[in-house]
Design a binder for this molecule. Structure first.
Ligand SMILES: *Cc1c(COP(=O)(O)O)cnc(C)c1O
Length: 344
């Protein structure tokens, strides 16, 4: 039985081209800034997103933390969505390590935050209040159906940030999924941001790594924040080599993941006892809920697992499935048969 692992796009394995690139990578000590492969990846990433400079870090979590630590001092505040990955899934790093105060505002089902809600959260100048320093957006939005924020929306938030003297960070763990889904250049999604993070190790299939992008000045400071976190890596060209392959070869194929997610979602919509909001499925993430009362979410999860389909239960009856490199259209059809049977 082939296991169809739809828990996350983080389960992707390096491609043969990546293993080849890793084995040939020219390396040096990157803490001395002497690893040519890391430098090449950082230049390539900066160019790709239209920023002056970039910095390789170990993970998406580290990328976001490096950015919040670089933008904010202790006691300062970040405005972010209540369903954002930074708030929900990064172990409170900004508070634990930076003394930074998260101020959550509601995410709408499409991953946006209303401009009026952001504006209302900006603190006035008052000795009682923390100082607002930063706004964070997430694109695509993991917990909000993997939906993509548009360039127009990101620009509007950037404008609002400027008006209030705030910085804007975009957690773009899956920013290339957003660009591919919307048919826009990734540069247009991040043009108003002061910093951006994106993951190599999700849909782009590299084994390790994320990038932080921004101005040269910001990246110089970010390098120091990375060092504080123990994130200075030595012959990191071993990792960067795979990342170069990701950017060169793995971006356009995300469209296939999106088609597979669509096929999965449309199949789920036809299964009795399951409920899904089809218009919300735009990228590679599919959420659906179990509506029948015959079995519990836990039982459904166990059944699927026994039949070879791995998924995540994100709320008592809500499941998340993510398509990725290694999942073919035929796997989607096989998964749908299993889901149909398990839902009986
Ligand atoms: C996965 C993810 C991260 C963190 O990435 P890790 O590499 O798992 O630390 C950050 N933000 C979003 C939106 C993510 O989906």
């Amino acid at each position: 039985m082939k296991i169809i692992d739809l828990r996350s796009d983080t389960v992707t394995l390096p491609t043969p081209a990546m293993r080849e690139a890793i084995s040939r990578a020219e390396v040096g000590d990157d803490v001395f800034e002497e690893d040519p492969t890391v430098k090449r990846l950082e230049e390539m990433a900066a160019e790709r997103v239209g920023r002056e400079a970039a910095l390789l870090v170990a993970s998406g979590t580290m990328a976001n933390l490096v950015c919040t630590l670089t933008h904010c001092a202790r006691g300062e505040e970040v405005i972010l969505g209540n369903r954002s990955h930074i708030f929900l899934n990064e172990a409170g790093g900004m508070s634990a390590l930076g003394g930074i105060h998260p101020h959550t505002v509601s995410n709408q089902p499409d991953g946006t935050i209303r401009l009026t809600d952001i504006e209302a959260a900006v603190r006035g100048d008052n000795v009682h209040f923390p100082r607002t320093r930063l706004i964070c957006l997430e694109n695509t939005h993991n917990r909000c159906n993997g939906m993509a924020l548009t360039p127009e929306y990101c620009d509007a938030v950037a404008e609002l940030a400027r008006e209030h003297g705030l910085k804007l960070h975009i957690d773009g763990a899956r920013i290339f999924n957003a660009a591919v889904a919307l048919g826009v250049d990734v540069k247009d999604l991040v043009r108003g941001a002061d910093s951006l993070s994106f993951c190599l190790s999700k849909g782009l299939s590299a084994p390790v790594g994320s990038l932080v992008c921004g101005t040269r000045e910001f990246i110089t400071e970010a390098r120091r924040s990375r060092k504080i976190l123990g994130g200075g890596m030595r012959q990191a060209g071993i990792i960067a080599a795979a990342g170069i392959t990701s950017l060169a070869q793995m971006v356009d194929r995300l469209a296939q993941d999106h088609r597979n997610a669509r096929r999965l979602a449309e199949g789920v919509a036809r299964i009795e006892g399951l409920s899904i909001n089809l218009p919300e499925v735009q990228t590679n993430i599919v959420y659906f809920t179990l509506t029948g009362s015959r079995i519990t979410g836990e039982q459904f999860l166990t059944r699927l697992g026994k039949m070879g389909v791995k998924t995540l239960l994100t709320e008592p009856n809500t499941f998340r499935m993510v398509t990725h490199y290694g999942i073919e259209e035929s796997d989607i059809d096989a998964a749908l048969s299993v889901i149909r049977e398990a839902a009986q």
